[in-house]
Design a protein around this ligand. Sequence first.
Ligand code: CU
Length: 468
Amino acid sequence: MLVFSACVGDKKNAPTNSAEIPVSKEMIAELTAPPHVPTPVGRRKAKKLIVKMEILEKEGEMTNGVRYMYWTFGGTVPGSFIRTRVGDEVEFHLQNHPNNKLPHNIDLHAVTGPGGGAESSFVAPGHSKVFSFKTLNPGLYVYHCATAPVGMHIANGMYGLILVEPEGGLPLVDREYYVMQGDFYTKGANGERGLQPFDMQKAVDEKADYVVFNGKVGALTGDNALTAKVGETVRLYVGNGGPGLVSSFHVIGEIFDRVHVEGGDLINENVQTTLIPAGGAAMIEFRVDVPGTFILVDHSIFRAFNKGALGMLKVEGEEDKKIYSGEIRDDIYLPEGPGIQSMPTTDEIVASEVPAKSFEEQMEFGKQAYMQTCVACHQAEGQGIPNAFPPLAKSDYLNADVNRSIDIVLHGLTGEITVNGEKYNSIMTSQMLSSDEIANVLTYVYNSWGNSGAKVTKEMVEKVKNKK
Ligand SMILES: [Cu+2]
């Protein structure tokens, strides 16, 4: 017990000291929209920091064709990033735009005081509230609206991050980014088009239709991907607004060199996945050593591939084969012993199969093959998955060229393509199917879901196969 009491007083950055830090001069805070963060505080003295945050209720796009009425701090989800240092006296102006429908307020987890500021900041549309607080504890903190029903205000996007840097600032890094996870609940199912209202019951049940980084599906993919160069150090300020779900934050192909666990002083090193509670945050640092696209996910993995919790960090630069070789070779693996020396062809594997005798049989066999091989990516109704797998249903790309489709199933496809106006830039591996099966599966695809009705025969497949 004695040890404990001795420690409290000794703790560096203890709140008791921070309260005594004098402030000199006034300064208007730089606020940034995600994924950007304001300039580091560096060695600047504690100041009276004026933060002007405007609340905007505005419609935006959750994913292709799906609209949502977001409630925002500063016009974005998550809200504007606020960067302070310990000892700052923050004068907070919370402005509720006159066109908004509802009153709101703000609870900043960096505040020591009742409601984290909520009680003093409750503001009606067309009004502005001012309150002030001193930043006592360094760390990365969540802020959010706390107006009843609190869950609903958070679910609509009312959250963001405020960073309190220690005296002298955090160590400098080459790149800093702002990423925040949130779960969304809509009346319609995932992907259902139109303006989707918030669904209170799904939110209560924590059955999210969307789990996303930075407010929408694809906010950090493709052209919106985060970027870095080989050899650079990266710091991610990652928050979780919730309202309901805990994030198992992971970057595929990277190891976090250092994590400020829960956004506090405790640093854990060499971390694969860090848990970010709803209403919590973490500072994650790593050096990027090899080029490539590194995928940010919530490792509760269906959220990543089916609900949107997927982002990208694109790293450019020289490869380092010592660290990562890439595929070196594809060896033949024959566990049955040395008898057979050549790779069996796909035709041999399925040699026992009986060819379809009629269009109906082709459709039946084709559907079977589809449900075994294609469905995982292109989905049961051929609808695909936004930003990941292009649709086959009513696909202009598919319907434009039968021989090209045969070629794709035979040899796979990589590089940018545009399907029904949406860009995809991913990889489909070649599918291990016989010519018969390819004919069947493509006939099934072409004669389903509003496609052109083209018929594909084994001969057509063989012709494409023999061209190369
Ligand atoms: Cu609110």
